[in-house]
Design a protein around this ligand. Structure first.
Ligand code: 5GP
Ligand code: MN
Length: 326
Protein backbone atom coordinates (compact mmCIF):
# COMPACT_ATOMS: atom_id res chain seq x y z
CA UNK A 1 0.00 0.00 0.00
CA UNK A 2 1.36 3.45 -0.89
CA UNK A 3 -0.68 6.32 0.32
CA UNK A 4 1.71 9.22 -0.04
CA UNK A 5 0.65 11.95 -2.45
CA UNK A 6 3.75 14.08 -1.93
CA UNK A 7 6.24 12.32 -4.28
CA UNK A 8 3.86 12.21 -7.26
CA UNK A 9 2.75 15.81 -6.72
CA UNK A 10 6.39 16.99 -6.53
CA UNK A 11 7.32 15.06 -9.65
CA UNK A 12 4.41 16.42 -11.69
CA UNK A 13 4.94 19.96 -10.38
CA UNK A 14 8.56 19.92 -11.48
CA UNK A 15 8.31 18.12 -14.80
CA UNK A 16 8.67 19.98 -18.06
CA UNK A 17 8.40 16.74 -20.02
CA UNK A 18 5.48 15.06 -21.76
CA UNK A 19 2.94 13.18 -19.68
CA UNK A 20 0.63 10.41 -20.91
CA UNK A 21 -2.35 9.47 -18.75
CA UNK A 22 -3.90 6.18 -19.72
CA UNK A 23 -6.50 3.67 -18.57
CA UNK A 24 -7.10 -0.04 -18.89
CA UNK A 25 -8.74 -1.42 -22.03
CA UNK A 26 -12.56 -1.31 -22.13
CA UNK A 27 -12.54 1.66 -19.76
CA UNK A 28 -15.26 2.06 -17.13
CA UNK A 29 -16.49 5.19 -15.39
CA UNK A 30 -13.77 5.22 -12.76
CA UNK A 31 -11.00 4.70 -15.31
CA UNK A 32 -12.12 7.47 -17.66
CA UNK A 33 -13.35 9.79 -14.91
CA UNK A 34 -9.99 9.52 -13.11
CA UNK A 35 -7.95 9.94 -16.28
CA UNK A 36 -9.95 12.96 -17.44
CA UNK A 37 -9.89 14.67 -14.03
CA UNK A 38 -6.10 14.38 -13.82
CA UNK A 39 -5.72 15.39 -17.48
CA UNK A 40 -7.87 18.53 -17.10
CA UNK A 41 -6.07 19.46 -13.88
CA UNK A 42 -2.58 19.05 -15.36
CA UNK A 43 -3.61 21.01 -18.45
CA UNK A 44 -4.72 23.83 -16.17
CA UNK A 45 -1.29 23.67 -14.59
CA UNK A 46 0.27 24.21 -18.01
CA UNK A 47 1.66 20.69 -18.39
CA UNK A 48 2.30 18.92 -21.71
CA UNK A 49 -0.30 16.22 -21.10
CA UNK A 50 -2.10 13.67 -23.28
CA UNK A 51 -4.87 11.25 -22.28
CA UNK A 52 -5.14 7.94 -24.10
CA UNK A 53 -6.82 4.55 -24.21
CA UNK A 54 -6.69 1.52 -26.46
CA UNK A 55 -10.45 1.37 -26.86
CA UNK A 56 -12.96 4.04 -27.87
CA UNK A 57 -15.03 5.90 -25.31
CA UNK A 58 -18.27 3.92 -24.77
CA UNK A 59 -21.60 5.67 -25.34
CA UNK A 60 -22.51 5.54 -21.62
CA UNK A 61 -19.41 7.63 -20.83
CA UNK A 62 -19.42 10.01 -23.79
CA UNK A 63 -20.83 12.79 -21.59
CA UNK A 64 -17.65 13.07 -19.48
CA UNK A 65 -16.34 16.63 -19.98
CA UNK A 66 -13.73 16.89 -22.79
CA UNK A 67 -13.62 13.11 -23.25
CA UNK A 68 -13.24 13.78 -26.99
CA UNK A 69 -9.59 14.62 -26.16
CA UNK A 70 -8.84 10.92 -25.48
CA UNK A 71 -6.40 9.66 -28.12
CA UNK A 72 -6.41 6.13 -29.41
CA UNK A 73 -3.43 4.03 -28.27
CA UNK A 74 -0.94 3.00 -29.48
CA UNK A 75 -0.09 6.40 -30.97
CA UNK A 76 3.56 5.59 -31.68
CA UNK A 77 4.77 8.47 -29.52
CA UNK A 78 7.24 8.48 -26.68
CA UNK A 79 6.40 10.16 -23.36
CA UNK A 80 8.60 11.13 -20.43
CA UNK A 81 6.01 10.09 -17.85
CA UNK A 82 3.22 7.52 -18.18
CA UNK A 83 0.51 7.41 -15.53
CA UNK A 84 -1.88 4.47 -15.68
CA UNK A 85 -5.03 4.85 -13.61
CA UNK A 86 -7.45 2.27 -12.20
CA UNK A 87 -5.29 -0.62 -13.40
CA UNK A 88 -3.22 -3.37 -11.81
CA UNK A 89 -0.34 -2.61 -14.18
CA UNK A 90 0.68 -1.24 -17.57
CA UNK A 91 -0.18 -4.61 -19.10
CA UNK A 92 -3.85 -3.68 -18.52
CA UNK A 93 -3.52 -0.96 -21.16
CA UNK A 94 -3.84 -3.84 -23.61
CA UNK A 95 -1.37 -2.19 -25.96
CA UNK A 96 2.24 -1.06 -26.16
CA UNK A 97 3.05 2.27 -24.51
CA UNK A 98 6.44 3.96 -24.74
CA UNK A 99 7.20 5.93 -21.58
CA UNK A 100 10.42 6.60 -19.66
CA UNK A 101 8.89 6.64 -16.17
CA UNK A 102 5.93 4.50 -15.12
CA UNK A 103 3.47 5.55 -12.43
CA UNK A 104 0.29 3.85 -11.23
CA UNK A 105 -2.69 5.39 -9.42
CA UNK A 106 -5.08 2.70 -8.30
CA UNK A 107 -7.31 1.21 -5.63
CA UNK A 108 -6.86 -2.47 -6.51
CA UNK A 109 -5.30 -5.01 -4.18
CA UNK A 110 -1.86 -6.09 -5.39
CA UNK A 111 -0.74 -5.49 -8.93
CA UNK A 112 2.55 -4.16 -10.25
CA UNK A 113 4.62 -1.47 -8.54
CA UNK A 114 6.90 0.88 -10.41
CA UNK A 115 8.49 2.94 -7.68
CA UNK A 116 8.13 5.80 -5.25
CA UNK A 117 5.67 7.78 -7.36
CA UNK A 118 2.95 5.09 -7.38
CA UNK A 119 -0.13 6.02 -5.39
CA UNK A 120 -2.07 2.91 -4.41
CA UNK A 121 -4.74 2.61 -1.77
CA UNK A 122 -7.00 -0.47 -1.83
CA UNK A 123 -9.22 1.15 0.80
CA UNK A 124 -10.13 4.03 -1.48
CA UNK A 125 -13.69 3.80 -2.84
CA UNK A 126 -12.50 4.66 -6.35
CA UNK A 127 -9.37 5.62 -8.24
CA UNK A 128 -11.10 8.96 -8.79
CA UNK A 129 -10.91 9.64 -5.04
CA UNK A 130 -7.13 9.15 -5.22
CA UNK A 131 -6.94 11.64 -8.08
CA UNK A 132 -8.89 14.02 -5.87
CA UNK A 133 -6.32 13.52 -3.08
CA UNK A 134 -3.49 14.33 -5.50
CA UNK A 135 -5.25 17.49 -6.65
CA UNK A 136 -6.05 18.43 -3.05
CA UNK A 137 -2.38 18.10 -2.09
CA UNK A 138 -1.45 20.43 -4.95
CA UNK A 139 -4.18 23.01 -5.51
CA UNK A 140 -7.79 22.30 -4.58
CA UNK A 141 -8.87 25.71 -5.90
CA UNK A 142 -8.23 24.44 -9.44
CA UNK A 143 -11.23 22.10 -9.18
CA UNK A 144 -13.91 23.49 -11.48
CA UNK A 145 -17.24 22.05 -12.58
CA UNK A 146 -15.62 19.85 -15.27
CA UNK A 147 -12.94 18.38 -13.01
CA UNK A 148 -15.51 17.85 -10.23
CA UNK A 149 -17.81 16.06 -12.69
CA UNK A 150 -15.01 13.75 -13.86
CA UNK A 151 -14.12 12.77 -10.28
CA UNK A 152 -17.81 12.38 -9.44
CA UNK A 153 -18.33 9.99 -12.39
CA UNK A 154 -15.57 7.73 -11.02
CA UNK A 155 -16.79 7.88 -7.45
CA UNK A 156 -20.47 7.35 -8.30
CA UNK A 157 -20.00 4.53 -10.80
CA UNK A 158 -17.49 2.53 -8.74
CA UNK A 159 -19.79 2.66 -5.69
CA UNK A 160 -22.86 1.64 -7.73
CA UNK A 161 -24.19 5.15 -7.16
CA UNK A 162 -23.45 5.03 -3.44
CA UNK A 163 -24.85 1.56 -2.73
CA UNK A 164 -21.85 -0.81 -2.55
CA UNK A 165 -19.79 -1.56 0.53
CA UNK A 166 -17.15 1.01 -0.49
CA UNK A 167 -19.77 3.66 0.28
CA UNK A 168 -18.80 5.20 3.60
CA UNK A 169 -18.47 8.55 5.35
CA UNK A 170 -15.46 9.49 3.23
CA UNK A 171 -17.37 8.67 0.04
CA UNK A 172 -20.21 11.00 0.98
CA UNK A 173 -17.83 13.70 2.22
CA UNK A 174 -16.07 13.68 -1.13
CA UNK A 175 -19.37 13.56 -3.04
CA UNK A 176 -20.54 16.60 -1.08
CA UNK A 177 -17.39 18.54 -1.98
CA UNK A 178 -17.74 17.59 -5.65
CA UNK A 179 -21.35 18.74 -5.73
CA UNK A 180 -20.17 21.95 -4.09
CA UNK A 181 -17.67 22.39 -6.94
CA UNK A 182 -20.40 21.93 -9.53
CA UNK A 183 -20.94 18.19 -10.15
CA UNK A 184 -24.62 17.43 -10.81
CA UNK A 185 -25.62 13.98 -9.42
CA UNK A 186 -28.91 13.81 -11.30
CA UNK A 187 -27.25 14.73 -14.60
CA UNK A 188 -24.50 12.11 -14.15
CA UNK A 189 -27.02 9.43 -13.19
CA UNK A 190 -29.28 10.22 -16.17
CA UNK A 191 -26.41 10.28 -18.64
CA UNK A 192 -24.83 7.09 -17.31
CA UNK A 193 -27.89 4.96 -16.60
CA UNK A 194 -30.84 6.19 -18.59
CA UNK A 195 -29.63 6.34 -22.16
CA UNK A 196 -29.87 2.65 -23.05
CA UNK A 197 -30.72 1.56 -26.59
CA UNK A 198 -33.65 -0.70 -27.50
CA UNK A 199 -31.04 -3.06 -28.94
CA UNK A 200 -29.42 -3.36 -25.52
CA UNK A 201 -32.78 -4.48 -24.08
CA UNK A 202 -32.86 -7.19 -26.76
CA UNK A 203 -29.32 -8.21 -25.77
CA UNK A 204 -30.32 -8.37 -22.10
CA UNK A 205 -33.23 -10.61 -23.03
CA UNK A 206 -30.97 -13.09 -24.84
CA UNK A 207 -28.36 -12.99 -22.08
CA UNK A 208 -30.88 -13.63 -19.30
CA UNK A 209 -31.96 -16.74 -21.19
CA UNK A 210 -28.49 -18.18 -20.48
CA UNK A 211 -28.79 -17.65 -16.72
CA UNK A 212 -27.67 -20.78 -14.87
CA UNK A 213 -27.30 -21.55 -11.18
CA UNK A 214 -24.51 -23.70 -9.74
CA UNK A 215 -23.49 -24.93 -6.29
CA UNK A 216 -27.03 -25.14 -4.89
CA UNK A 217 -27.79 -21.59 -5.94
CA UNK A 218 -24.71 -20.00 -4.38
CA UNK A 219 -23.31 -19.21 -7.82
CA UNK A 220 -25.09 -17.74 -10.83
CA UNK A 221 -23.67 -17.11 -14.27
CA UNK A 222 -24.64 -15.61 -17.59
CA UNK A 223 -23.01 -16.07 -20.97
CA UNK A 224 -22.67 -13.42 -23.64
CA UNK A 225 -21.87 -15.12 -26.92
CA UNK A 226 -20.39 -12.96 -29.64
CA UNK A 227 -23.31 -13.84 -31.91
CA UNK A 228 -25.68 -12.11 -29.45
CA UNK A 229 -24.04 -8.78 -30.30
CA UNK A 230 -24.45 -9.43 -34.02
CA UNK A 231 -28.05 -10.62 -33.64
CA UNK A 232 -29.10 -7.55 -31.66
CA UNK A 233 -26.95 -4.88 -33.28
CA UNK A 234 -25.03 -4.26 -30.05
CA UNK A 235 -21.34 -4.23 -29.19
CA UNK A 236 -19.06 -5.33 -26.38
CA UNK A 237 -19.72 -2.02 -24.57
CA UNK A 238 -23.33 -3.10 -24.07
CA UNK A 239 -22.20 -5.98 -21.85
CA UNK A 240 -21.21 -3.50 -19.11
CA UNK A 241 -23.18 -4.07 -15.92
CA UNK A 242 -25.06 -7.20 -17.05
CA UNK A 243 -23.29 -9.27 -14.38
CA UNK A 244 -25.37 -7.38 -11.81
CA UNK A 245 -28.44 -9.38 -12.87
CA UNK A 246 -27.21 -12.77 -11.60
CA UNK A 247 -25.82 -11.12 -8.47
CA UNK A 248 -29.23 -9.66 -7.62
CA UNK A 249 -30.76 -13.14 -7.11
CA UNK A 250 -31.55 -14.08 -3.52
CA UNK A 251 -29.10 -16.62 -2.11
CA UNK A 252 -26.47 -15.98 -4.76
CA UNK A 253 -23.04 -15.14 -3.34
CA UNK A 254 -20.93 -15.24 -6.51
CA UNK A 255 -22.08 -14.03 -9.91
CA UNK A 256 -20.18 -14.17 -13.15
CA UNK A 257 -20.53 -13.15 -16.77
CA UNK A 258 -18.55 -14.90 -19.49
CA UNK A 259 -18.12 -12.76 -22.56
CA UNK A 260 -16.88 -14.39 -25.74
CA UNK A 261 -13.87 -12.73 -27.38
CA UNK A 262 -13.44 -14.77 -30.56
CA UNK A 263 -10.70 -12.53 -31.97
CA UNK A 264 -8.56 -13.37 -28.90
CA UNK A 265 -9.64 -16.99 -28.53
CA UNK A 266 -10.58 -16.17 -24.97
CA UNK A 267 -13.47 -15.49 -22.61
CA UNK A 268 -13.53 -12.28 -20.61
CA UNK A 269 -14.89 -13.07 -17.16
CA UNK A 270 -16.51 -10.55 -14.83
CA UNK A 271 -16.88 -11.74 -11.25
CA UNK A 272 -19.05 -10.17 -8.57
CA UNK A 273 -19.56 -11.06 -4.92
CA UNK A 274 -22.60 -10.14 -2.93
CA UNK A 275 -20.88 -10.06 0.45
CA UNK A 276 -19.03 -13.08 1.72
CA UNK A 277 -16.79 -14.44 -1.03
CA UNK A 278 -13.56 -12.69 -2.01
CA UNK A 279 -13.79 -12.95 -5.81
CA UNK A 280 -10.42 -11.23 -6.31
CA UNK A 281 -8.81 -14.50 -5.17
CA UNK A 282 -10.65 -16.39 -7.92
CA UNK A 283 -9.66 -13.84 -10.57
CA UNK A 284 -6.02 -13.80 -9.39
CA UNK A 285 -5.70 -17.58 -9.70
CA UNK A 286 -6.95 -17.22 -13.28
CA UNK A 287 -4.39 -14.53 -14.10
CA UNK A 288 -6.63 -11.49 -13.47
CA UNK A 289 -7.35 -9.28 -10.51
CA UNK A 290 -9.62 -6.67 -9.01
CA UNK A 291 -11.35 -6.14 -5.70
CA UNK A 292 -13.05 -8.38 -3.15
CA UNK A 293 -16.48 -7.63 -4.60
CA UNK A 294 -15.67 -7.00 -8.27
CA UNK A 295 -12.90 -8.58 -10.25
CA UNK A 296 -12.17 -10.00 -13.65
CA UNK A 297 -9.87 -12.06 -15.79
CA UNK A 298 -9.51 -13.59 -19.22
CA UNK A 299 -9.56 -17.34 -19.76
CA UNK A 300 -7.97 -18.78 -22.88
CA UNK A 301 -9.78 -21.92 -23.93
CA UNK A 302 -10.61 -23.82 -27.07
CA UNK A 303 -14.26 -24.16 -26.12
CA UNK A 304 -16.91 -22.58 -23.92
CA UNK A 305 -17.14 -25.76 -21.85
CA UNK A 306 -13.42 -25.72 -21.12
CA UNK A 307 -13.49 -22.06 -20.04
CA UNK A 308 -16.55 -22.65 -17.84
CA UNK A 309 -14.94 -25.69 -16.24
CA UNK A 310 -11.77 -23.74 -15.40
CA UNK A 311 -13.81 -20.91 -13.93
CA UNK A 312 -16.15 -23.08 -11.87
CA UNK A 313 -13.21 -25.05 -10.49
CA UNK A 314 -11.71 -21.86 -9.02
CA UNK A 315 -15.07 -20.55 -7.83
CA UNK A 316 -15.73 -23.84 -6.02
CA UNK A 317 -12.25 -23.79 -4.51
CA UNK A 318 -12.83 -20.31 -3.08
CA UNK A 319 -16.26 -21.19 -1.69
CA UNK A 320 -14.74 -24.23 0.02
CA UNK A 321 -11.73 -22.30 1.34
CA UNK A 322 -14.04 -19.73 2.88
CA UNK A 323 -16.47 -22.43 4.05
CA UNK A 324 -19.49 -20.73 2.44
CA UNK A 325 -22.74 -22.72 2.45
CA UNK A 326 -26.13 -21.93 1.02
P1 5GP B 1 -15.19 -5.77 -14.81
O1 5GP B 1 -15.77 -7.09 -14.46
O2 5GP B 1 -16.16 -4.67 -14.60
O3 5GP B 1 -14.53 -5.76 -16.14
O4 5GP B 1 -14.00 -5.53 -13.80
C1 5GP B 1 -14.20 -5.57 -12.41
C2 5GP B 1 -12.90 -5.28 -11.72
O5 5GP B 1 -11.93 -6.27 -12.01
C3 5GP B 1 -12.27 -3.96 -12.12
O6 5GP B 1 -11.74 -3.36 -10.99
C4 5GP B 1 -11.19 -4.35 -13.10
O7 5GP B 1 -10.14 -3.47 -13.11
C5 5GP B 1 -10.78 -5.73 -12.64
N1 5GP B 1 -10.46 -6.56 -13.80
C6 5GP B 1 -11.30 -6.92 -14.79
N2 5GP B 1 -10.67 -7.67 -15.72
C7 5GP B 1 -9.39 -7.81 -15.29
C8 5GP B 1 -8.23 -8.49 -15.83
O8 5GP B 1 -8.24 -9.12 -16.89
N3 5GP B 1 -7.08 -8.37 -15.08
C9 5GP B 1 -7.03 -7.67 -13.90
N4 5GP B 1 -5.87 -7.62 -13.24
N5 5GP B 1 -8.10 -7.04 -13.39
C10 5GP B 1 -9.26 -7.10 -14.06
MN1 MN C 1 -12.03 1.61 -10.05
Amino acid sequence: MKRETVPIVELLKETKGSVLILTHENPDGDALGSAMALYLFLKKKGKDVTVGCKDHVPHFLDFIPHVEDVVSLPDGKFYDIGIIVDSAGFYRAGTEVKVAKRIRIDHHVGGEFYGRYDYIDPNAPATASLVYEIIRAWDETAIDKDIATCIYVGLATDTGFFRYSNTNEYTFDLAKKLVHYGADPHYVYMMFSERESVNKMKLISKVLDTLTLYEDGLVAGITIYDRFFKETGTTYDDSEGLVNYPRSIEGVEVAFAMIEKPEEGSWKVSLRSKARVDVSKIAERLGGGGHKYASGCKIKASSYEEALRKLLEEVRKQIQLQKIHS
